[in-house]
Design a protein around this ligand. Structure first.
Ligand code: HEM
Ligand code: HEM
Length: 212
Protein backbone atom coordinates (compact mmCIF):
# COMPACT_ATOMS: atom_id res chain seq x y z
CA UNK A 1 0.00 0.00 0.00
CA UNK A 2 1.27 3.48 -0.83
CA UNK A 3 1.21 6.24 1.83
CA UNK A 4 -1.71 7.80 -0.04
CA UNK A 5 -3.84 4.66 -0.06
CA UNK A 6 -3.02 4.10 3.65
CA UNK A 7 -4.42 7.52 4.52
CA UNK A 8 -7.47 6.96 2.26
CA UNK A 9 -8.09 3.66 4.11
CA UNK A 10 -7.94 5.29 7.56
CA UNK A 11 -10.08 8.24 6.45
CA UNK A 12 -12.79 5.81 5.27
CA UNK A 13 -12.57 3.82 8.50
CA UNK A 14 -12.83 6.96 10.63
CA UNK A 15 -15.78 8.17 8.56
CA UNK A 16 -17.51 4.80 8.92
CA UNK A 17 -16.90 4.58 12.69
CA UNK A 18 -18.16 8.13 13.30
CA UNK A 19 -21.42 7.25 11.50
CA UNK A 20 -22.21 4.68 14.24
CA UNK A 21 -20.17 5.86 17.24
CA UNK A 22 -21.12 8.45 18.34
CA UNK A 23 -23.57 9.72 15.67
CA UNK A 24 -25.72 6.57 15.29
CA UNK A 25 -25.85 6.17 19.10
CA UNK A 26 -27.01 9.78 19.46
CA UNK A 27 -29.57 9.21 16.67
CA UNK A 28 -31.10 6.26 18.59
CA UNK A 29 -31.12 8.18 21.88
CA UNK A 30 -32.73 11.11 20.05
CA UNK A 31 -35.62 9.09 18.65
CA UNK A 32 -36.24 7.50 22.06
CA UNK A 33 -36.32 10.89 23.84
CA UNK A 34 -38.57 12.50 21.21
CA UNK A 35 -40.99 9.59 20.98
CA UNK A 36 -41.66 9.97 24.73
CA UNK A 37 -43.74 12.99 23.68
CA UNK A 38 -46.13 10.60 21.92
CA UNK A 39 -46.00 7.47 24.08
CA UNK A 40 -45.70 9.04 27.55
CA UNK A 41 -46.92 12.61 27.09
CA UNK A 42 -45.44 16.14 27.33
CA UNK A 43 -44.48 15.87 30.99
CA UNK A 44 -42.21 12.83 30.45
CA UNK A 45 -40.65 14.50 27.39
CA UNK A 46 -39.89 17.63 29.46
CA UNK A 47 -38.38 15.50 32.23
CA UNK A 48 -36.14 13.70 29.70
CA UNK A 49 -34.93 17.02 28.24
CA UNK A 50 -34.26 18.34 31.76
CA UNK A 51 -32.33 15.17 32.60
CA UNK A 52 -30.19 15.45 29.42
CA UNK A 53 -29.57 19.16 29.96
CA UNK A 54 -28.61 18.43 33.58
CA UNK A 55 -25.86 15.94 32.63
CA UNK A 56 -22.38 16.97 33.82
CA UNK A 57 -20.34 18.78 31.15
CA UNK A 58 -23.39 18.83 28.87
CA UNK A 59 -22.03 21.64 26.63
CA UNK A 60 -18.75 19.77 26.24
CA UNK A 61 -20.67 16.57 25.36
CA UNK A 62 -22.87 18.43 22.84
CA UNK A 63 -19.84 19.88 21.08
CA UNK A 64 -17.43 16.93 21.22
CA UNK A 65 -19.83 13.95 21.09
CA UNK A 66 -22.46 15.37 18.71
CA UNK A 67 -21.47 18.57 16.88
CA UNK A 68 -17.86 17.89 15.88
CA UNK A 69 -18.41 14.19 14.95
CA UNK A 70 -21.36 15.14 12.67
CA UNK A 71 -19.32 17.92 11.06
CA UNK A 72 -16.31 15.63 10.60
CA UNK A 73 -18.46 12.78 9.19
CA UNK A 74 -20.13 15.23 6.78
CA UNK A 75 -16.82 16.73 5.57
CA UNK A 76 -15.17 13.29 5.18
CA UNK A 77 -18.32 12.00 3.41
CA UNK A 78 -18.08 14.85 0.90
CA UNK A 79 -14.35 14.23 0.38
CA UNK A 80 -14.95 10.49 -0.18
CA UNK A 81 -17.74 11.34 -2.63
CA UNK A 82 -15.52 13.81 -4.48
CA UNK A 83 -12.74 11.25 -4.83
CA UNK A 84 -14.73 8.21 -5.95
CA UNK A 85 -17.23 7.44 -8.65
CA UNK A 86 -20.73 6.01 -8.22
CA UNK A 87 -22.89 5.36 -11.28
CA UNK A 88 -25.79 2.97 -10.54
CA UNK A 89 -27.07 2.87 -14.15
CA UNK A 90 -23.77 1.43 -15.25
CA UNK A 91 -24.15 -1.68 -13.08
CA UNK A 92 -27.82 -1.77 -12.09
CA UNK A 93 -27.36 -3.95 -9.03
CA UNK A 94 -29.33 -3.21 -5.87
CA UNK A 95 -26.10 -2.54 -3.94
CA UNK A 96 -25.10 0.17 -6.35
CA UNK A 97 -28.48 1.82 -5.98
CA UNK A 98 -28.24 1.63 -2.20
CA UNK A 99 -24.79 3.21 -2.39
CA UNK A 100 -26.08 5.94 -4.69
CA UNK A 101 -28.97 6.66 -2.28
CA UNK A 102 -26.58 6.56 0.69
CA UNK A 103 -24.68 9.48 -0.80
CA UNK A 104 -27.68 11.60 -1.74
CA UNK A 105 -29.45 11.02 1.58
CA UNK A 106 -26.21 12.20 3.25
CA UNK A 107 -26.64 15.56 1.48
CA UNK A 108 -30.34 15.66 2.45
CA UNK A 109 -29.38 14.87 6.07
CA UNK A 110 -26.86 17.72 6.00
CA UNK A 111 -29.48 20.26 4.86
CA UNK A 112 -31.99 18.90 7.36
CA UNK A 113 -29.56 18.94 10.31
CA UNK A 114 -28.42 22.52 9.62
CA UNK A 115 -32.02 23.85 9.53
CA UNK A 116 -33.12 21.61 12.43
CA UNK A 117 -30.24 22.40 14.80
CA UNK A 118 -30.61 26.11 14.08
CA UNK A 119 -34.33 25.97 14.95
CA UNK A 120 -34.23 23.60 17.93
CA UNK A 121 -30.84 24.18 19.50
CA UNK A 122 -29.20 27.46 18.46
CA UNK A 123 -31.75 30.19 17.62
CA UNK A 124 -33.36 30.31 21.08
CA UNK A 125 -30.01 30.77 22.87
CA UNK A 126 -30.19 34.42 21.72
CA UNK A 127 -33.30 34.88 23.91
CA UNK A 128 -32.15 35.17 27.50
CA UNK A 129 -35.60 34.19 28.89
CA UNK A 130 -35.33 30.63 27.44
CA UNK A 131 -33.21 28.23 29.44
CA UNK A 132 -33.85 25.06 27.43
CA UNK A 133 -36.51 23.77 25.02
CA UNK A 134 -39.65 22.06 26.29
CA UNK A 135 -42.73 20.43 24.75
CA UNK A 136 -44.54 23.78 24.32
CA UNK A 137 -41.54 25.34 22.55
CA UNK A 138 -41.13 22.43 20.07
CA UNK A 139 -44.89 22.39 19.46
CA UNK A 140 -44.85 26.11 18.66
CA UNK A 141 -41.96 25.60 16.18
CA UNK A 142 -44.23 23.23 14.22
CA UNK A 143 -46.96 25.87 13.93
CA UNK A 144 -45.08 26.80 10.72
CA UNK A 145 -46.89 24.20 8.62
CA UNK A 146 -44.25 24.14 5.83
CA UNK A 147 -41.88 22.61 8.35
CA UNK A 148 -43.98 19.43 8.51
CA UNK A 149 -43.27 18.08 4.97
CA UNK A 150 -39.68 19.29 5.40
CA UNK A 151 -39.40 17.16 8.55
CA UNK A 152 -41.08 14.11 6.99
CA UNK A 153 -38.61 14.16 4.07
CA UNK A 154 -35.59 15.07 6.23
CA UNK A 155 -36.34 12.33 8.76
CA UNK A 156 -37.03 9.75 5.99
CA UNK A 157 -33.66 10.51 4.35
CA UNK A 158 -31.82 10.48 7.70
CA UNK A 159 -33.46 7.17 8.72
CA UNK A 160 -32.55 5.55 5.39
CA UNK A 161 -29.00 6.94 5.64
CA UNK A 162 -28.65 5.53 9.16
CA UNK A 163 -30.14 2.10 8.39
CA UNK A 164 -28.27 1.51 5.14
CA UNK A 165 -25.15 3.05 6.76
CA UNK A 166 -25.46 0.54 9.60
CA UNK A 167 -25.55 -2.30 7.07
CA UNK A 168 -22.49 -0.89 5.26
CA UNK A 169 -20.75 -0.54 8.61
CA UNK A 170 -21.37 -4.23 9.44
CA UNK A 171 -19.80 -5.18 6.11
CA UNK A 172 -16.93 -2.64 6.28
CA UNK A 173 -15.87 -3.90 9.73
CA UNK A 174 -16.11 -7.58 8.79
CA UNK A 175 -19.16 -8.34 11.00
CA UNK A 176 -21.38 -9.39 8.07
CA UNK A 177 -19.18 -11.61 5.91
CA UNK A 178 -21.07 -14.29 3.98
CA UNK A 179 -23.70 -13.60 1.32
CA UNK A 180 -26.47 -15.09 3.50
CA UNK A 181 -25.61 -13.14 6.65
CA UNK A 182 -25.37 -9.93 4.60
CA UNK A 183 -28.84 -10.56 3.18
CA UNK A 184 -30.33 -11.27 6.64
CA UNK A 185 -28.66 -8.22 8.14
CA UNK A 186 -29.94 -6.06 5.28
CA UNK A 187 -33.49 -7.07 6.25
CA UNK A 188 -32.74 -6.38 9.93
CA UNK A 189 -31.26 -2.94 9.16
CA UNK A 190 -34.33 -2.22 7.01
CA UNK A 191 -36.53 -2.94 10.03
CA UNK A 192 -34.34 -0.71 12.22
CA UNK A 193 -34.76 2.11 9.68
CA UNK A 194 -38.55 1.72 9.60
CA UNK A 195 -38.79 1.63 13.42
CA UNK A 196 -36.63 4.77 13.75
CA UNK A 197 -38.62 6.60 11.07
CA UNK A 198 -41.94 5.67 12.76
CA UNK A 199 -40.58 6.76 16.18
CA UNK A 200 -39.76 10.23 14.81
CA UNK A 201 -43.11 10.42 13.00
CA UNK A 202 -45.02 9.59 16.19
CA UNK A 203 -43.12 12.34 18.00
CA UNK A 204 -43.86 14.75 15.14
CA UNK A 205 -47.57 13.93 15.44
CA UNK A 206 -47.45 14.61 19.20
CA UNK A 207 -45.82 18.03 18.69
CA UNK A 208 -48.02 19.04 15.72
CA UNK A 209 -51.34 18.06 17.33
CA UNK A 210 -50.79 18.18 21.12
CA UNK A 211 -53.58 16.54 23.11
CA UNK A 212 -55.20 14.97 20.02
C1 HEM B 1 -24.44 15.49 8.27
C2 HEM B 1 -24.68 15.08 7.05
C3 HEM B 1 -24.11 13.79 6.51
C4 HEM B 1 -23.38 13.64 5.35
C5 HEM B 1 -23.00 14.74 4.36
C6 HEM B 1 -23.07 12.23 5.23
C7 HEM B 1 -22.40 11.66 4.17
C8 HEM B 1 -22.16 10.34 3.98
C9 HEM B 1 -21.66 9.72 2.76
C10 HEM B 1 -21.30 10.47 1.48
C11 HEM B 1 -21.56 8.40 3.00
C12 HEM B 1 -21.12 7.33 1.97
C13 HEM B 1 -19.62 7.26 1.87
C14 HEM B 1 -19.20 6.29 0.78
O1 HEM B 1 -19.45 6.56 -0.37
O2 HEM B 1 -18.64 5.23 1.14
C15 HEM B 1 -21.99 8.15 4.36
C16 HEM B 1 -21.98 6.93 4.99
C17 HEM B 1 -22.46 6.70 6.26
N1 HEM B 1 -23.12 7.61 7.08
FE1 HEM B 1 -23.34 9.57 6.71
N2 HEM B 1 -23.57 11.55 6.31
C18 HEM B 1 -24.23 12.46 7.10
C19 HEM B 1 -24.93 12.21 8.28
C20 HEM B 1 -25.01 10.98 8.90
C21 HEM B 1 -25.78 10.68 10.08
C22 HEM B 1 -26.67 11.68 10.84
C23 HEM B 1 -25.55 9.35 10.37
C24 HEM B 1 -26.11 8.52 11.51
C25 HEM B 1 -27.30 8.67 11.99
C26 HEM B 1 -24.66 8.81 9.37
C27 HEM B 1 -24.19 7.52 9.31
C28 HEM B 1 -23.47 6.97 8.25
C29 HEM B 1 -23.00 5.61 8.22
C30 HEM B 1 -23.17 4.58 9.33
C31 HEM B 1 -22.37 5.44 6.97
C32 HEM B 1 -21.76 4.14 6.39
C33 HEM B 1 -20.29 4.01 6.70
C34 HEM B 1 -19.70 2.78 6.05
O3 HEM B 1 -19.79 2.64 4.83
O4 HEM B 1 -19.12 1.97 6.79
N3 HEM B 1 -24.35 9.82 8.47
N4 HEM B 1 -22.36 9.35 4.95
C1 HEM C 1 -39.49 14.59 14.42
C2 HEM C 1 -38.18 14.64 14.40
C3 HEM C 1 -37.34 15.39 15.38
C4 HEM C 1 -37.66 16.16 16.47
C5 HEM C 1 -39.05 16.48 17.01
C6 HEM C 1 -36.42 16.63 17.05
C7 HEM C 1 -36.35 17.45 18.19
C8 HEM C 1 -35.18 18.02 18.69
C9 HEM C 1 -35.12 18.88 19.83
C10 HEM C 1 -36.30 19.27 20.72
C11 HEM C 1 -33.82 19.26 19.99
C12 HEM C 1 -33.22 20.18 21.08
C13 HEM C 1 -32.77 19.32 22.25
C14 HEM C 1 -32.20 20.09 23.41
O1 HEM C 1 -31.91 21.28 23.32
O2 HEM C 1 -31.99 19.44 24.46
C15 HEM C 1 -33.05 18.63 18.93
C16 HEM C 1 -31.69 18.74 18.76
C17 HEM C 1 -30.97 18.07 17.80
N1 HEM C 1 -31.45 17.19 16.86
FE1 HEM C 1 -33.39 16.66 16.59
N2 HEM C 1 -35.36 16.14 16.32
C18 HEM C 1 -35.87 15.39 15.29
C19 HEM C 1 -35.14 14.72 14.33
C20 HEM C 1 -33.76 14.74 14.22
C21 HEM C 1 -33.00 13.99 13.24
C22 HEM C 1 -33.60 13.05 12.18
C23 HEM C 1 -31.67 14.30 13.46
C24 HEM C 1 -30.43 13.78 12.77
C25 HEM C 1 -30.34 13.52 11.54
C26 HEM C 1 -31.62 15.24 14.55
C27 HEM C 1 -30.46 15.82 15.04
C28 HEM C 1 -30.40 16.73 16.09
C29 HEM C 1 -29.16 17.33 16.57
C30 HEM C 1 -27.76 17.08 16.00
C31 HEM C 1 -29.52 18.18 17.65
C32 HEM C 1 -28.58 19.03 18.53
C33 HEM C 1 -28.24 18.16 19.73
C34 HEM C 1 -27.63 18.90 20.88
O3 HEM C 1 -26.80 19.79 20.68
O4 HEM C 1 -27.97 18.56 22.02
N3 HEM C 1 -32.90 15.48 15.00
N4 HEM C 1 -33.90 17.87 18.16
Amino acid sequence: MTAESYSAFYIRRLHSLLGIIPIGVFFCEHVLTNSLAFFEGPEKFNQAVLFLQGLPFVRFLEIFLIGIPILLHAVLGLIIWWNSRCNPQEYGYMRNWLHFLQRWTGIAALVFIVVHVWGMRISWTFHSEIDHVDFAYVSQVFSHSLLIPFYVIGVACSSFHFANGLWNFLITWGIAVGERSQRNLLALCGIVGIVVFCGFMFSLAAFVAPGA
